[in-house]
Design a protein around this ligand. Structure first.
Ligand SMILES: Nc1ncnc2c1ncn2[C@@H]1O[C@H](COP(=O)(O)OP(=O)(O)OP(=O)(O)O)[C@@H](O)[C@H]1O
Ligand SMILES: [Mg+2]
Length: 333
């Protein structure tokens, strides 16, 4: 077995990342096909807003897994749609827990959150945590990511999210939580009046119950992120594969992405240098190949410990099962 199929056979989660157009989706899909056909079930997940799995297999792939072939399931996480769902769920919870006259405030808050940096990523990450948690026994989750910038933020996010939730929890402990803030806004008075009329529980009990419920929600979220982070930072369970072209900028960016990933505690398992110009195919490709060799040498000297898989430029674009089989045959080369 080759390097990539070894990674695919031994890890629980594999990420495939790199710049736009380098061949992430093609490589992820070809690897998924290889691993699935060798007998291990695979869930291929795309977090790229451009939605390419459906295009590759010539059939619609959506937010719920569909069987692409026996042992291989695919799903696409649409960041915008996932964010909307996520915000809807948050709105629902907040409206249930907060007094009615604050609904306008809640809506304003969530409209701002929709545009805030990191909201899409955190929604995608939360969905990804769910997908990983709900994977079938022994299933490999293979994630085809959006171009690099996004990816490393995605990986760094559990850390950030944890700091954020920790902060909220601490603040809640110190101030007896949202209840205190709401009292300032007059929530308590309204509640007390209502309680007197209908003999409902005293506001204090309601407040405590509400605080406990908010705390439980934050705790659940935090433990979901913590589990995902632990999983991603464990090199025995997860690895990252960077796909690149043998060119100057892609090499620089790969070194940078590698550094970001290592700093966020994730191990890079392999580099895939895709679309290598073939040898013995005329002068033009020969001189391109020579230039590529220089960039490869620079890559090797900057990341000496990382195994490199080279994949040749194929005569046509990678499409359908046939195209994927052709590429899969080259993945170990
Ligand atoms: N080894 C190869 N030989 C020839 N064509 C290739 C090879 N690998 C990928 N391609 C083609 O290159 C194009 C880009 O590939 P792909 O969509 O997999 O890249 P990507 O990194 O996922 O792009 P994006 O960043 O847009 O998601 C596609 O047309 C694909 O068929
Ligand atoms: Mg893609």
């Amino acid at each position: 077995m080759g390097l990539l199929t070894d990674l695919g056979a031994s890890r629980e989660v594999l990420f495939v990342g790199g710049k736009g157009g380098v061949g992430k989706t093609s490589v992820a899909a070809a690897l998924a096909l290889t691993v699935a056909r060798a007998g291990r079930p695979v869930l291929l997940v795309s977090t790229d807003p451009a939605h390419n799995l459906g295009h590759l297999w010539g059939r619609p792939v959506g937010p719920e897994p569909v069987e692409l072939e026996p042992g291989l399931r695919g799903l696409e996480i649409d960041p915008a749609a996932t964010t909307e769902e996520h915000l809807d769920a948050v709105r629902h919870t907040m409206q249930r827990l907060m007094p009615e006259h604050l609904r306008g405030e809640i809506k304003k808050h969530l409209d701002l959150a929709r545009e805030a940096p990191g909201t899409h990523e955190s929604a995608v990450l939360e969905r990804l945590a769910e997908v990983v948690r709900a994977r079938r026994a022994d299933e490999l989750v293979l994630v085809d990511t959006a171009p690099s910038g996004h990816t490393s933020r995605l990986i760094a996010l559990p850390e950030l999210m944890q700091a954020w939730t920790d902060g909220l929890l601490r603040r809640q402990e110190r101030s007896a939580g949202f209840g205190a803030a709401l009292r300032g806004l007059g929530g308590d008075q309204g509640e007390r009046a209502a309680a007197d009329v209908v003999g409902a529980p005293r506001p204090r009990d309601r407040r405590e119950r509400r605080d406990a419920e908010i705390r439980a929600i934050l705790d659940r979220r935090q433990s979901r992120f913590r589990m995902l982070r632990e999983q991603l930072q464990d090199p025995a369970r997860s690895a990252f594969v960077i796909v690149l072209a043998a060119e100057r900028l892609p090499v620089l960016e790969t070194v940078e992405l590698h550094g970001q990933l290592e700093r966020s505690g994730m191990r890079v398992g392999a580099l895939v240098v895709n679309k290598r110009s073939p040898a013995g195919s005329g002068e033009l490709l020969a001189s391109r190949r020579a230039v590529e060799e220089e960039h490869l040498a620079s890559l090797r000297s900057q990341l000496p410990d990382l195994p490199i898989v080279q994949v040749p430029l194929l005569p046509r674009e990678v499409l359908g099962t046939e195209g994927l089989e052709l590429l899969a045959g080259q993945l170990e080369g």
